[in-house]
Design a binder for this molecule. Structure first.
Ligand code: PGA
Length: 250
């Protein structure tokens, strides 16, 4: 089975609403590749204007986070239903920055995963180790634990449609990309973990991205690896380089 590649930009806390529309316009002629699913994951306040700006382009819309409850007294939070109603299809969950700065745990991320799925959103669930964990040789055990808890009580049918982004923390925003062999090794382990939980069919269908200093120069090699089905791209998604990433085959 050949999986369609998925390349998502993670804009993080960048771009005001008007800057966001400008960026979409700048990228529009560059970001065109029908062989790939392209997603812009944007700050919450940019969702509505970006939804309008990408109309007709084929680019899909994603959020960077959401809350796990339906609605109510959760000041400052955004619900899955709000995202869905605004035209969002994907939501990044459990990014390492949210785990580190906002204390999100695997159990929190599992709640959000279930809430996203219940509301018809596709989670992009992030996992990945610190440099210290890599040096201790516990990368795969650590990532497997993130996946096992993240996918608790999620059915095979639902899991198959989700996306997992393997992002080694030491490679995020550092310009220090994992080698394609390092990225492949862990992405294959991620798929193997899914195989153990759900079986072969789900393991073959689920898409596993690599993230961490992906750019126009390294995308082709990374995305050419057998278990890497695209990328989650931070810094380079805010530049024209994103067009090169989307057209990584050149
Ligand atoms: P980066 O970020 O591409 O800037 O390393 C990736 C991410 O955090 O998703």
């Amino acid at each position: 089975m050949s999986r369609k590649k998925i390349i998502a930009g993670n804009w993080k806390m960048n771009k005001t609403p008007s800057e966001a529309v400008e960026l979409v316009k700048t990228l529009a002629p560059l970001v065109q590749n029908p062989e790939v699913d392209v997603v812009y994951c944007v700050p919450a306040i940019d969702i509505v204007p970006v939804a309008e700006a990408i109309k007709g382009s084929g680019v899909k819309l994603g959020a960077e986070n959401m809350y796990c409850e339906d609605k109510g007294a959760y000041t400052g939070e955004i619900s899955a239903a709000m995202l869905k109603d605004a035209g969002v299809q994907y939501v990044i969950l459990g990014h390492s920055e949210r785990r580190e700065y906002f204390g999100e745990t695997n159990a929190d991320i599992n709640k959000k995963m279930k809430q996203a799925i219940r509301n018809g959103l596709t989670p992009i669930m992030c996992c990945g180790e610190t440099l210290e964990q890599r040096e201790q040789g516990i990368t795969i055990d650590f990532v497997r634990q993130q996946i096992k808890v993240g996918y608790q009580d999620i059915t095979a049918e639902d899991a198959a449609k989700t996306v997992i982004a393997y992002e080694p923390i030491w490679a995020i925003g550092t310009g220090k990309t994992a080698t394609s062999e390092q990225a492949q090794e862990v992405c294959a382990a991620v798929r193997q973990c899914i195989r153990e939980i759900y079986g072969d069919a789900v393991a073959e269908e689920i898409r596993v991205q690599y993230g961490g200093s992906v750019n126009g120069g390294n995308a082709a090699e990374l995305f050419g690896m057998p278990d890497i089905d695209g990328g989650l791209v931070g810094g380079a998604s805010l530049k024209e380089d994103f067009g090169k990433i989307v057209n990584y085959k050149g």
